[in-house]
Ligand binder design. Structure first.
Ligand SMILES: *Cc1c(COP(=O)(O)O)cnc(C)c1O
Length: 389
């Protein structure tokens, strides 16, 4: 008999009833150190007092109004994002894959309105993840996500992840945009080197293409900059955001330059819930806290400390771990044993990690994690490795 919850997830038998910062408490009382943070969602940890207050204050007054009306919270969050980033304009969604939907629509509408409606193709990369909507799976293109779900949304050109020549060869008079995660998350915590991000920007400028960054996982302070592409000193034309921006409340956004967005006039796109008062109350507080320069510096500093610890861990357990990868508090260990063995051993050692592609175990903890928590995490990972022999 089918489970009453559609069985699309292989769930661990863990039932968390309370969260405190970087800790999750199981129904049986065990305290787990959470290095997954809801997969890079709980950017400020669980039950952050200021987020709890922002959400409950808003809940007392107004939960939802339609985007048919003005929403001051939403306006303020858009203004903040515009002032802190390359963007001139923002559309709010409820998830990463909805942000992908709009990014794809915006890129195609751009060329349509520029009088080149044949430019519909979007170049994407092997190992990428853009969510589970029809556009998201077609964009990523992996068999794992697309098999059985055809016919797929056409117009995506899938290239190998690090093949510069292939990108140049793939550009044609039908190309609209290049879409890429500055750091692949699901694909195995693979940062695109800064010079390659610059190269992509140059290539897009040369051919007049739109550059779309998917910062759903790597954005919102995760790398020690508000957005990961800032390390490369270049800007996209369109950027997808979600996960951390809501700190656990479902919220996403598409940020765009004025030029990239010029086809998106009244009536061309919409969302019932996108940017609603509850979501934006939380988003404003997240951005206020994470957008602070001292907070971001601290993320970078803690990340360097964590990375050094992970390197020592690999050196101590060469039969379990092969190498460290990632940037900021978006780190991974490439494993010498099946990565799920490490994740499961972590459950026994009371630490939560997340598997990723390339046999990687992923760490995307709350950005508020302390050095003491990092020490504890390294000790628990070490005992997990020990238990695997
Ligand atoms: C998680 C993720 C998505 C999809 O986000 P959802 O909120 O699950 O739809 C898209 N892109 C990247 C890079 C992600 O990590």
């Amino acid at each position: 008999m089918i489970a009453s919850v559609l069985p699309t997830y292989a769930r661990a038998p863990l039932n968390f009833v309370k969260g405190e910062g970087t800790w999750l408490i199981e129904a049986d009382g065990r305290r787990f150190l959470d290095l997954g943070a809801g997969i890079a969602v709980n950017a400020l940890g669980h039950a952050h007092p200021e987020l709890v207050k922002a959400l409950s204050d808003q809940a007392q007054n107004l939960w939802h109004v339609s985007n048919l009306y003005e929403i001051p919270n939403q306006q303020r969050l858009a203004d903040q994002l515009v002032s802190l980033t390359f963007a001139d304009t923002v559309f709010f969604t409820n998830s990463g894959t909805e942000s992908c939907e709009l990014a794809v629509k915006m890129a195609r509408k751009y060329w349509y309105e520029k009088g080149q409606p044949e430019r519909v193709e979007i170049i994407t990369f092997e190992g990428s993840f853009h969510g589970r909507s029809s556009a998201g799976i077609a964009a990523a293109g992996s068999e794992k996500m697309t098999k059985g779900f055809g016919p797929l949304l056409p117009g995506f050109v899938h290239l190998k992840w690090n093949d510069h020549d292939a990108i140049k060869a793939a550009i044609s008079d039908q190309t609209a945009a290049i879409m890429i995660e500055p750091i692949q998350g699901e694909g195995g915590i693979r940062p695109v080197p800064e010079q390659c991000l610059k190269g992509l920007r140059d290539l897009c400028d040369e051919h007049g293409l739109l550059l779309i960054f998917d910062e759903v996982q790597c954005g919102v302070g995760r790398t020690g900059k508000l957005f990961a592409h800032e390390w490369a000193g270049i800007d996209p034309d369109i950027m997808m955001v979600a996960k951390g921006i809501g700190g656990g409340f479902p919220l996403g956004a598409v940020l765009a330059s004025e030029d990239a967005a010029f086809g998106m006039t009244a009536g061309t796109h919409g969302s019932t819930y996108g940017g609603n008062p509850l979501g934006c109350a939380v988003g404003n507080k997240v951005l206020e806290l994470v957008g602070d320069a001292a907070f971001l510096d601290e993320v970078a500093e803690k990340a360097a400390y964590f990375k050094a610890g992970l390197e020592a861990l690999v050196a101590r357990h060469p039969n379990t771990f092969k190498s460290v990868r990632g940037k900021g508090l978006m780190m991974g260990l490439e494993c010498a044993v099946p990565n799920m063995d490490v994740v499961n051993a972590g459950y026994d050692a009371l630490i939560l990690t997340v598997p990723a592609g390339g046999n990687v175990v992923r760490f995307v903890p709350a950005l508020t994690i302390t050095k003491e928590d990092i020490d504890e995490a390294l000790a628990r990972l070490s005992s997990a490795a020990q238990s695997l022999g």
